[in-house]
Design a protein around this ligand. Structure first.
Ligand code: CP
Length: 313
């Protein structure tokens, strides 16, 4: 594995290696000194052309916990505003010796293009409506920690599938790992190509809900909508929101997930989001471990394994 561009590029063994490595590296986050020397001397550039809270911060935390030098690049305030292209920005990073580039971009396919221009490892941190592979990996990690398995797990992914890179990456990865995914959305919020995705599709949340082990709610991505995809927020919430009433009809063992940012009161009620069966905060914590594992495996790490408890600084 040279880059991480799509969850669909990962074999089952590669995906499990990332999850197992993340589990070992999670122990670093529980120590008083949260630092390993593993990536000392390596440079990771976070190249963010789109807004982010969780992904940007957790990639930065992940790289710093392994002692990498981190350069944060935000398109706002850079020469992008003067018309500089992604390619010229990439070549500038290349000239500065980036060993790894983490990119978020509004254009689907931007990460793959970048990988053609730089020598370092490229990690896709979200490209348009296409993919967000580290989100799918942290979601799979969270499911496995909470439910003890992924094989045969019934996962409902609910909401704005059409504009969701999280949904596509989750479907591809969970299929590789043996889980059964059902996408739940109004017909207008499903992508045209959904028939080719390795999952089931339903328009009826109430029918799918009680049969699900995991209910993953997605944000309605208003910023990507150039038309009206449902009559009103209230109508959307009535058919597809995870309200307290629906939450009460979930299986007792089932968990609720959300990649964030959440629109409380629309796709998920505040009491469901804050309940003990919601993994929203755990997903953020696990995101750091999973991104540490991805950077560790892509950038080669040090001679010692990730469990090495030696030198810290
Ligand atoms: N889940 C996720 O990608 O969140 P951010 O947009 O805040 O990074």
């Amino acid at each position: 594995m040279r880059h991480l561009l799509s969850a669909g590029d990962l074999t089952r063994d590669e995906a499990l290696l990332i999850l197992d490595t993340a589990r070992e590296l999670a122990q670093v986050g529980e120590r008083s000194v949260k630092k390993l020397p593993t990536l000392r001397g390596r440079t990771v550039v976070n190249l963010f052309y789109e807004d982010s809270t969780r992904t940007r911060i957790s990639f930065e935390a992940a790289a710093k916990r392994m002692s990498a030098d981190v350069i944060n690049f935000s398109a706002r305030g850079s020469s992008v505003s003067k018309g500089e292209s992604l390619k010229d920005t990439a070549l500038t990073l290349q000239a500065m010796g980036a060993d790894g580039v983490v990119i978020r971009h509004s254009a689907s396919g931007a990460a793959r293009r970048l990988a053609e221009w730089v020598d370092g490892a490229v990690v896709n941190a979200g490209d348009g409506t296409h993919e967000h592979p580290t989100q799918a990996l942290l979601d799979a990690f969270t499911m496995r920690e909470r439910m003890g398995r992924l094989e045969g797990l019934r996962v409902a992914v609910v909401g704005d599938i059409r504009h969701s890179r999280v949904a596509r990456s989750n479907v591809l990865l969970l299929n590789t790992l043996g889980a059964e995914v059902t996408l739940v959305a109004p017909p207008t919020l499903l992508p045209v190509s959904v028939d080719a995705w390795p999952c089931e599709v339903s328009y009826d949340f109430d029918e799918v809900l009680p049969k699900s082990d995991v209910v993953m709610m997605l944000r309605v991505q208003a910023e990507r909508m150039n038309a009206s995809f449902f009559p009103s927020a209230r109508e959307y919430s009535r058919r597809y929101g995870l309200t307290a009433e629906r939450f009460a009809r979930m299986a007792d063992h089932a968990i609720v997930m959300h990649p964030g940012p959440m629109i409380r009161g629309m796709e998920i009620s505040a009491e469901v989001a804050d309940s003990a069966r919601s993994t929203v905060v755990e997903q953020v914590t696990n995101g750091v471990s999973v991104r540490m594992a991805v950077l560790y495996l892509l950038l080669g790490g040090a001679i010692q394994g990730p469990g090495h408890q030696g030198e810290t600084r």
